[in-house]
Design a protein. Sequence first.
Length: 286
Amino acid sequence: MLTVLFAVLAALSNASAVVLQRAAARRVPKADAFSFRLVRDLLRHPVWFAGIAAVICAAVFQGLALSRGSLALVQPIFVSELPFALVLGCLAFRRRLPGYGWAAVAMVAVGLALGLAAAAPAGGHARVGTVRWLPAVAASLAAMALCVGAALPRPRGKARAALFGAAAAIGYALTAALMKDATGAFARQGAGAFFTSWQTYGFGAAGAASLFLLSNAMESGPLVASQPALTLGDALVSLALGLLVYEERVRTGPWVVLEGAGVLLITVGVLILPRVEPGPPPDATS
């Protein structure tokens, strides 16, 4: 239960960060897209620092969750970032989420609970050797490069935002996988093992790159375009890394039916949420 609690708190913190960074990104010049000038401009806005504080809180909660539970359990919970982000966005920008938006939020929540309860992710290696890491890191970096390469020629809009969001999602999944290995070393052998592990610096670099890609996703298009790619991509890539790198296990057999039902509910909810058009607050229509 502590693992799930920490993962939910991490998802809520990340959703808060997304909304805050989106608010900051709306104030920067469009000519600074995909350049370090974008970061320079963001530094001028206090709301961006609030977003960074939320990212740090999310990292702490995520590290606590990963130190206690499997990657295949913790990271799919981050799907809840999407409904969290949309609800928080409506509150921050004083908009109203319509009834079908709330129904989609409920689909994601129920689907996530059903899928994880049926899959019951468990097991896996406490540490992963470098030889096993090499193909996983290489494949993740190649996929991120492909997404960025496809995004850059496109004009600002939903497609560009979704591609940058997908690249950030892969980076965040890789960050989580490396973080789990590093925090495992800390739990077993202390700070010395943590700071001498290449995975520590690997997840730091991957996290910084993912934050940069996420800032560009926020600048490139609407939140509802980048957030689905970010949350679903993070969950799916993390699940793959958990199964392939850590050799974690999920239940099969008849449980697959319930797992499929959970995935279906999540997918339908996520497909609906980007189409939700928040309306004015109730007092604005009275």
